[in-house]
Write a protein that binds this ligand. Sequence first.
Ligand code: ZN
Length: 393
Amino acid sequence: MSARRWIATLASTALIAGLSTAAAHAGDGAIPPWAHCGTEASGSGSEGFVDHAQLTSALKQLEASTGGLVDVEVAGYSQQGRAIHTARVGEGDKVVYVQTQIHGNEMHGTEAALELLKRWGSDSPAAQELRKNVTVVVVPRLNADGGELDRRQNDMSWGEVVADFPQLADASPAWNYNARVGGFDVNRDFNPNLDYVPAAADFPGSSADTGWYITPEAQTSRDVYRSLEREFGTVDFFVDLHNQWSCYATDDMESMSPLSISAKFIDDPAAFGDWPKFDMVASKRANVAVYQALQEQGDSSFGDLTLYPQSTNLPGTALGSYQLRGSAAILFETSSQTQYDGMKRNGMLTQMVETGLGGLVDAVADGSVDSLDAGVYDSIPERVTLPSDGPGV
Ligand SMILES: [Zn+2]
């Protein structure tokens, strides 16, 4: 259902009365539950966000202005030949790997990461202390082609996959291939076995199974992960920054939930082999660090954070595959499709990701993340869907 039709349907039901009551209680910076549900169309999707050329120059500027404290490298190339970068800061022996925009039209994480890199690379005493204790590696806009096209998928045909992997000539196209747009949902192309070689028998696959590293974007993410694993032993934390549909509420229906987070991506880790470093408690603690950083913001909608559905079973996602290998995994789902939201709201949402991710990295740097109560995670309410659901993680 479109948001517009949903609003029309709402208006004709008794539910609207309940929402109006909720509005009266939704002062204190909370966002009332019918706001920003795709009703504020405001120009083109990527308006106000950096494009590929601007992102590239922002990263170079960051490297120059921090005297190399933020080290920018090319990690790989998208299918259409755009450079995919890493930006690395700090020399601590705990590592946090942050990935943004694996879905090209999910922009807020990239903006937040640029702001945080600026902070982490600064000469403030806090930044100097942080850099001693933690290493942060950011891949901003992994799906560079999808970002440029303002769409979820990358820009690669099944024929191009077969050209790269001739053994797939007689295979059915992968289930996550969208023939209409000519691209893959890159966030289904991951496998906990980093050395997996695509085999025809494993196609078309399914959402309940692992992926293949057939896209150059997933291959680039894997190559960064593997090099960090070799350097640090374990990639301690993996953060994936996404956007979800705008129309989710808190469980009391009193306000919109501008952000959902999650530690849960796989129903049965044992179904995908023996992964002794899989650590659900560590993932929950890391999510609690994000949650607490936002709760501390007091009188604002930042506190209206919810959990992403805990029934999620997606082993072919970066989060699922890397979590099996031993990373504490943290999903951010900012409640916005950028094409519908005005710049003011986009600024607020970017700031929210910045606060949550900044809080996690602070908690890793000072070691406090290890003593957080994982039980707090289970007390965070799940998001409540207002209209029809979007495609999600
Ligand atoms: Zn996404």
